[in-house]
Design a protein around this ligand. Structure first.
Ligand SMILES: C[S@@+](CC[C@H](N)C(=O)[O-])C[C@H]1O[C@@H](n2cnc3c(N)ncnc32)[C@H](O)[C@@H]1O
Length: 250
């Protein structure tokens, strides 16, 4: 009787650990620690270059930013970043830009988070993540990427159109934490997409950011493919190649 119990329990544990569906589940939604290690292992030199820079993205997201730029086949030279803080994400994007002849258009307000919706942006406070331009500049210089970045200081919602100057973008990283700003930025960027662009949105585990992304999916008829990163804490939005034609017919 006891032997039968042991046999059943062992088989159950074996199935749980080794069954295809368990692995599929883990691949779709990997635990945060696994992602962290994966980020370091994927690009160890990038990790060692950036590990002393103070910042708010993980090595995993850093690796995903780098890969998105390297893999992009989009003709635009622009890689957008909104929310640079002290430059950690900028350095990851710029390191990739060096290899594929693109430039980072970095937007930062430096006074920290501006307006907060007390319900949707719960957990954040006005002025959170304030930084300064000198720290940003020094960090970029210490990593040897200052020549690849055009920084625009101010609210990106106002400054972005003139900087992009109808040249579109290949990759955009939006890391602004808040509903209203995230939605405004996506409402500016999605209509200029022509197909093949990638947007990486940080902090989709926060209600406000998630709501902004959901509203964009609804507005675009759920035509944009979404991939979860870090178990959904961030997402990668892939604009389909035929996006322009598809929208021109509507
Ligand atoms: C979470 S931090 C960015 C972290 C950064 N990506 C990193 O790698 O460490 C969010 C940043 O967004 C900036 N920000 C928020 N709203 C902005 C806006 N409308 N325009 C430009 N920057 C903004 C804030 O000043 C803050 O530095």
């Amino acid at each position: 009787m006891f032997r039968k119990e042991v046999k059943h329990t062992t088989r159950f544990i074996f199935r749980l650990v080794f069954s295809a569906s368990a692995w599929q589940q883990a691949a779709k939604n990997p635990p945060y620690f696994f992602c962290f290690i994966q980020g370091i292992v994927r690009h160890p030199l990038l990790f060692s270059k950036t590990r002393k820079i103070d910042g708010l993205i993980s090595p995993y997201i850093g690796a995903k930013l780098y890969d998105a730029v390297i893999k992009s086949k989009h003709p635009s030279k622009n890689v957008i970043e909104v929310g640079a803080y002290k430059g950690l994400s900028t350095i990851h994007l710029a390191t990739a830009c060096r290899k594929v002849n693109k430039r980072v258009k970095s937007f930062e307000i430096f006074s920290g988070l501006p307006e907060i919706d007390s319900i949707l942006d719960k957990g954040f406070n006005k002025g959170d993540f304030s930084s300064d331009v000198n720290t940003y500049e020094n960090n970029l210089k210490s990593c040897g990427v200052r020549d690849l970045v055009d920084l625009t200081i101010g609210d990106a919602r106002q400054t972005m159109p003139a900087v992009l100057n109808n040249d579109g973008f290949a990759v955009a990283f939006l890391d602004v934490d808040l509903y209203e700003i995230m939605k405004d930025l996506m409402l500016q960027l999605i209509p200029i997409c022509r197909g093949g662009e990638v947007l990486i949105i940080h902090d989709t585990d926060h209600d406000g950011v998630r709501k902004a992304v959901n509203e964009i999916h609804a507005l675009t008829g759920h035509t944009i493919k979404e991939k979860r990163l870090e178990g959904g804490a961030s997402v990668k939005l892939e604009i389909p190649q035929n996006y322009f034609n598809h929208n021109a017919h509507e």
